[in-house]
Design a protein around this ligand. Structure first.
Ligand SMILES: NC(=O)c1ccc[n+]([C@@H]2O[C@H](COP(=O)([O-])OP(=O)(O)OC[C@H]3O[C@@H](n4cnc5c(N)ncnc54)[C@H](O)[C@@H]3O)[C@@H](O)[C@H]2O)c1
Ligand SMILES: O=C(O)C[C@H](O)C(=O)O
Length: 348
């Protein structure tokens, strides 16, 4: 049976890199037929036609149908996965939270539409008794549009019939950036670095943490601090490079990151579908209720997460030192402020 995957902002630059990877089987599996639903706003329909033509011209065997639309009712009906990209990207000099007013209303509307049109396929199939994590078959909603954490929270709050566990936001790009910076520094390929963590907001207050990360150095697994042997770099330039990478790409390309964002979306969704590797964790923004790290509950906050049987679980019990604690709290404080601003704005 084909699965139905909707990508919003399908006429935009991230989607242009993303759709090909999804349609050729990189995300949901090489044997999984796909119906791609492309949602954008009415003025972009002619552009969507061009994207449809190109997808057809790729002659991809898994791609059974492509449906371009500007109607949420069509876009969100009976979906298995929703990737919410559609929104305004930031320009040079803007902070991600500057996009709040421009974008948050989109996610309120789309959350409400998901609630209305997607809920019929939601069925609870699995629950671990002692844990708060569970998975409802039907669909997963990944929010990419910035400010991604707060947009995700608003979409989820606007879809009360869909469990909060079905929503996540993208911090995998930051996670990949952090892994790659460490790999370059250690002179190894990026697959030799595992278990970096992005805590908090997908913004310049995020905390890229390598205290629990490992590097495979010629077959021996080592801690990042003992391998890099440069605490000043790990606590200084490494962190700020990852925090400010999005702005650096915008400054240089005059456009926000797209190829790397699309790759990160694929990594995130593939892990939701197939699970994380044994002994490894990845970063994603999830609803913070019940977390053991003292993060305020009513936030979408990026945590280390493991995924099995399409069920995500925050990795508990990692020791947190004072340096990390202060950074985790600072990014949580920013998220609280963003959430309150968004809720104020939407109530006006
Ligand atoms: N979380 C992350 O890691 C991450 C990374 C990169 C970019 N982003 C964000 O992703 C978003 C998209 O970036 P882009 O470079 O593809 O932008 P883009 O401007 O190239 O494309 C955005 C598309 O969204 C469409 N759109 C706008 N409002 C819509 C709506 N209500 N419904 C459906 N579609 C709508 C636009 O018409 C456009 O086609 C931005 O908010 C950007 O900041 C997030
Ligand atoms: O930084 C941005 O505004 C774009 C994106 O979120 C990124 O991190 O590259």
């Amino acid at each position: 049976e084909p699965i139905r995957v909707v990508v919003t902002g399908a006429a935009g630059q991230i989607a242009y890199s993303l759709l090909y990877s999804i349609a050729k089987g990189d995300v949901f599996g090489k044997d999984q037929p796909i119906i791609l639903v492309l949602l954008d706003i009415p003025p972009m329909l002619p552009v969507l036609d061009g994207v449809v033509m190109e997808l057809q011209d790729c002659a991809l065997p898994l791609l059974r149908e492509v449906i371009p639309t500007d109607e949420v009712e069509v876009g969100f009906k009976d979906i298995d996965a929703a990737i919410l990209v559609g929104s305004m990207p930031r320009k040079e000099g803007m902070e991600r939270k500057d996009l709040l007013k421009a974008n948050v209303a989109i996610f309120k509307t789309q959350g409400a539409a998901l609630d209305k049109y997607a809920k019929k396929t939601v069925k609870r199939i699995f629950r671990e008794e002692k844990s708060k994590s569970f998975w409802y078959k039907g669909h997963h909603v990944l929010v990419v549009g910035n400010p991604a954490n707060t947009n995700c929270l608003i979409a989820s709050k606007s879809a009360p019939s869909i469990p909060k566990e079905n929503f996540s936001c993208l911090t995998r790009l930051d996670h990949n950036r952090a892994s790659s910076q460490v790999a370059i520094r250690c002179g190894v390929s990026s697959d030799k670095v595992k278990n970096v963590i992005i805590w908090g907001n997908h913004s310049s207050t995020q905390y890229p943490d390598v205290h629990h990360a490992k590097v495979d150095l010629h077959g021996a697994e080592m801690g990042v601090y003992e391998t890099v042997k440069d605490e000043a770099w790990l606590r200084g330039d490494f962190i700020s490079t990852v925090q400010l990478r999005g702005a650096a790409v915008i400054k240089s390309r005059k456009l926000s990151s797209a190829m790397s964002a699309a790759k990160a979306i694929c990594d995130h969704m593939r892990d939701i579908w197939f699970g994380t590797k044994e002994g490894e964790f990845i970063s994603m923004g999830v609803y913070a209720a019940g977390n053991s790290y003292g993060v305020p509950e009513d936030l979408i906050y990026s945590f280390p997460v493991q995924i099995k049987n399409k069920t995500w679980k925050i990795v508990d019990g990692l020791p947190i030192n004072d340096f990390s604690r202060a950074k985790m709290d600072a990014t949580a404080a920013e998220l609280v402020e963003e959430r309150d601003t968004a809720l104020d704005f939407l109530s006006q």
